[in-house]
Design a binder for this molecule. Structure first.
Ligand code: URA
Length: 235
């Protein structure tokens, strides 16, 4: 992690205040004065500010039930940001683990632990994300096999990773995927001549959405651990 980020996560200082403290020569890493905020630091370094050893705040892990018409961005743009629904300190430290489109609803994970989110989103880890999908046409019989084999998305070389489809009713299905390509679910159904009308994420790994739309809660320790998937370059 960058030194300036570490200090932000260990104090009440803003990024600008931290830069001032660095330039003033008040910050030491393992006893050596450091003035450059981009210096990389590690868990086993001793970092002091004015002689006081800094300890970073504990990471936060949150689930949000995303309403429709909201965006997975830190700022309001055409639609309000999902962060408006999460009343939590230091919101600027947080990021979203796998964004959803503005019209998609359901499970969004939010954290300030970059290593944790990297493990969840990295396709090599095959972490399943399950979507409930409403379709404009009845699902064709061969689609489950096509998705299992992998399909070519428009504008891409190679095939999607194997995905699993369960049919709830002719126009209502569950799709489990382990990648997070741009508009992936909508593009997969477009590739087989169908169209997604409603899209809702129900689960990520073993973490199941269990709160009402617009609500948020901290994940339990068990939920956090269940998604603790370490992968290169962090391993
Ligand atoms: N796939 C999509 O097409 N949209 C989403 O929001 C999530 C997955």
């Amino acid at each position: 992690m960058r030194l300036d980020k570490f200090i932000c996560q260990s104090t009440e200082f803003s990024k600008t205040d931290v830069t001032d403290q660095l330039i003033a020569g008040y910050v030491c890493v393992n006893g050596e004065i450091k003035t450059d905020g981009s210096t990389q630091v590690h868990e086993n370094n001793t970092i002091t500010l004015n002689g006081k050893v800094l300890t970073p705040r504990a990471f936060r892990y949150v689930m949000l039930h995303k309403p429709p018409g909201t965006i997975c961005s830190n700022v309001d743009e055409h639609y309000p940001s999902v962060f408006n629904y999460v009343d939590i300190d230091y919101p600027d430290d947080l990021h979203i683990v796998g964004r959803l489109d503005a019209d998609t609803t359901g499970l969004v994970l939010i954290t300030d632990d970059g290593r944790w989110s990297y493990g969840i989103t990295h396709p090599d880890n095959f972490c399943p994300k399950v979507y409930r999908v409403g379709l404009s046409r009845e699902i064709a019989g061969e689609v489950a096999d096509k998705f299992k084999a992998g399909i070519a998305l428009q504008g891409e070389t190679g095939l999607t990773l194997p995905a699993s489809l369960s049919v709830l009713s002719p126009q209502d299905v569950l799709l489990s995927i382990t990648q997070g390509k741009f508009h992936q679910v909508k593009r997969m159904f477009a590739a087989v001549g169908n169209r997604v009308v409603t899209l809702h994420r129900e689960s990520i790994g073993q973490v199941q959405l269990d709160i009402a739309e617009g609500q948020w809660r901290y994940l339990t320790e068990t939920e956090v651990q269940s998604l603790q998937i370490i992968t290169p370059p962090y391993s």
